[in-house]
Design a protein around this ligand. Sequence first.
Ligand code: PHE
Length: 358
Amino acid sequence: MQNLTELETKWKGAAETAGSVDALEAIRVEALGKKGEITGLMKTLGTLAPEERKSFGQQLNLVKDAVTAAIETRKAALGDAAIEARLATEKLDMTLPARPGEVGRIHPISQTIDEIIAIFGEMGFGVREGSDIEDDFHNFEALNIPKDHPARQMQDTFYLPQKPDGSQMVLRTHTSPVQIRTMQSEQPPLRVICPGRTYRVDSDMTHSPMFHQVEGLVIDEKTHMGHLKGCLQDFCRAFFGIDDLKLRFRPSYFPFTEPSAEVDIGCDRSGGELKLGQGNDWLEILGCGMVHPKVLKNCGLDPEKYQGFAFGMGIERIAMLKYGIPDLRTFYDADLRWLKHYGFLPLDVPSVVGGLTR
Ligand code: PHE
């Protein structure tokens, strides 16, 4: 019968000395692939006598586990080395002066965020930022999304490794945790927007695992749904530069607002091309609602005294609509030709008086 110790030594040795991820994969296939040596031995088990089969099978499984583990360990090490090597070759000196004759461009995401800040700034909103890595309380619990709530599945979450106390940090799935942090650290009246990066396990033509949102929050003693509608209507009309842009507030559900609505803007799709501000079609662009009393309470505010609204929208989405950018993924390709086409001149600083559209 095959000497299993030798077999294990052979494949472990091969894995441990593999020089590249590709070489390691070839070793894995030779040992554990469909036609691999260890897999082949597994297939012979059926031909052995029952007692022999049991002990040989158990030993063979141990060999298989040991070789699998050796491959995984080597894979992690090679992966780290590959990243290190790439980082070393891709080093850029950001302090180098620009090449003569070349003008850099402002990325459409940066420009759109500046436009949003300019419009809401004019309405008296301040800007707050949180961090990309959040705890469960701020990303979910305080927003009235308890464990096992179906809304947790609505937002496919990237979890960080478990901490010794069993808790897990997350990559924030929305900018709403910044609402919570603002209400916890400042006293009403509050009027803030919170732009930033957000993350969800999602990737296709219209979804990226990293994207941007802007959150809005107004808290005082009197703000009501009418203010919410007026505020968002003014924003959309200024942002898209269409004075008579139609808006529709459609009842919806978010755990952290009550009542909740989604906002659609009027558009025309009839010519095969999307035109905003005309026609009889609707396009969803954001979620909003009156801050849920439970959320106010979770932040230490008295819901009998305070009330207000919140909204959240995707920045890529409204940038694509405004600037006619067809594919979401191109935002992150770092393709200079794309940036020259869709980017903005550095002195094109958006402001309500200076202009928000080009
Ligand atoms: N956080 C919500 C989302 O990511 C958007 C939202 C924000 C809705 C604030 C209502 C109020 O989908």
